[in-house]
Design a protein around this ligand. Structure first.
Ligand code: ASP
Ligand code: MG
Length: 422
């Protein structure tokens, strides 16, 4: 059995859905199709959720925009013969409407997951209907009954034991060989909706592969495979045809957007290969991430993580930044769900890079200001070069204002001012 994951960009319009059909139609053996919300609908739902919970923005207009977007795709796909899918989609809209009409609870994260999940529910409803119209039925599974998590809304942790039982029950391959289900969303034992973190559909595909012992996973993307750098930013990029799990987990953790960082572990644990292929060129091989025993010689790979915040904390009383202080700093980061992208310490300085989030910025730094002098740079990016050599470092950092520089045997990292970019 195989798993195919289609992200939002691959199903952003009717053409994308037709292309998905072409890709899956040639399958004759077990297949689970995991789909994200269409296009940028998750962002639109985030806006809707804020309008509902924080009373910012126009709720009606935001909801109508989401409906219009999906309606256009339905019209293009079903050409007026859409009674069944219209009914199914209306039912989802009615459920969402009733949430929006009731008073929100006190928890933003809980409401967020309830609302945001409609993106994946809508996409899978429309796509499964279209596949049926093309006489290629894929059984619809509501993944919230299969992937069981704790109640850590927006970043829920999966209970593997329970999820394995439920996955085996629902994906039993007895009366069908093809299933369609949602990425990114999950459920609790008390049937509350949770999500696995933004861009989490890759992780869903990897979890299902692990729990059901899939042969392999394919992520269908808008790029030809894993590239040595973002082709939008750099010239002469090449496709890396194979990568080890270790290399892939390092790259995704440094900010390579190709796969969600949590995706690798479930696959590595069961030695399941992950293919990254282009949905617009399905005839091409793309890249594979798998167990590689031989030592690989890889070209320099660069990853640019933009929109970073560099913070330096120095204790006002000149005491060392030692274990106790560090553990309190880390706890504050965890409270705000911030991930450390790079750290550097000295006797009385602790510097770190995190993704810049303007909404919480003021409040976050105010947590430190009593105890520390706080210095920060907002306009910085974090450049990682794996498998570097001196030439490439010179080329990429020449004439740039570098705040921090770190080298290990295989990786060089630079915190660089964005303003210096031409
Ligand atoms: N739709 C979700 C998001 O945009 C999950 C995903 O695309 O993987 O974050
Ligand atoms: Mg997405």
């Amino acid at each position: 059995m195989k798993i195919y994951k289609f992200g939002g960009a691959s199903v952003k319009d009717a053409e994308g859905v037709k292309n998905l059909f072409k890709i899956i139609n040639s399958q004759t053996e077990g297949l689970i199709i995991v789909v994200s919300a269409m296009g940028k609908i998750t962002n639109a739902l985030e806006f809707l959720c804020k309008a509902y919970f924080k009373k910012t923005g126009d709720l009606e207009v935001a909801f109508q925009g989401i409906k219009d977007f999906h309606q256009q795709i339905i019209d293009d796909l079903f050409k007026g013969q859409s009674e069944q899918v219209d009914r199914d989609v209306e039912k989802l809209y009615a459920d969402l409407q009733s949430i929006l009409e009731s008073d929100p609870s006190l928890s933003y994260d809980y409401e967020y997951d309830r609302i945001i999940s409609f993106g994946e529910l809508l996409s899978t409803t429309i796509i499964s209907s279209y596949l049926e119209k093309q006489s290629r039925k894929a059984k619809f599974i509501d993944i919230r009954k299969c992937l069981i998590t704790d109640q850590n809304y927006r970043d829920a942790c999966v209970n593997l034991e329970l999820s394995e039982q439920m996955c085996r029950k629902y994906f039993n391959f007895q009366d069908t060989f093809m299933y369609i289900t949602q990425g990114f969303i999950a459920g609790t034992t008390t049937s509350q909706t949770t999500t696995l973190g933004r861009e989490g559909s890759d992780y869903t595909a990897a979890l299902l592969a692990n729990l059901l012992n899939a042969e392999d996973v394919t992520i269908w993307k808008d790029v030809p495979g894993i590239m040595s750098a973002d082709p939008k930013l750099y010239e002469n990029t090449t496709i890396i045809s194979k990568l080890s799990y270790r290399e892939a987990i390092e790259l995704s953790n440094c900010g390579a957007k190709i796969i969600h960082p949590k995706t690798i572990k479930p696959l590595q644990n069961k030695v399941i290969p992950l293919y990254v292929r282009s949905f617009s060129h399905p005839e091409k091989h793309g890249s594979v991430i798998r167990e590689l025993n031989e030592k690989q010689s890889l070209p320099p790979i660069f990853i640019d993580k933009e929109n970073q915040l560099l913070l330096t904390l120095s204790p006002r009383d000149f005491s060392f930044v030692a274990e106790e202080k560090l553990s309190r700093i880390l706890a504050t980061l965890a409270d705000y769900r911030l991930h450390l992208n790079l750290i550097q310490t000295s006797a009385i300085n602790f510097s770190f890079c995190i993704d810049l989030n303007e909404t919480i910025f003021e409040e976050f730094i105010s947590k430190f200001q009593d105890e520390y002098e706080v210095l920060y740079n907002k306009n910085v990016r974090l450049l990682t070069i794996r498998h570097y050599d001196d030439d490439i470092i010179n080329k990429l950092t020449k004439d740039k204002l570098v705040f921090i520089e770190q080298h290990s045997r295989s990786t060089a990292r630079f915190v660089i001012a964005t303003d210096q970019e031409e």
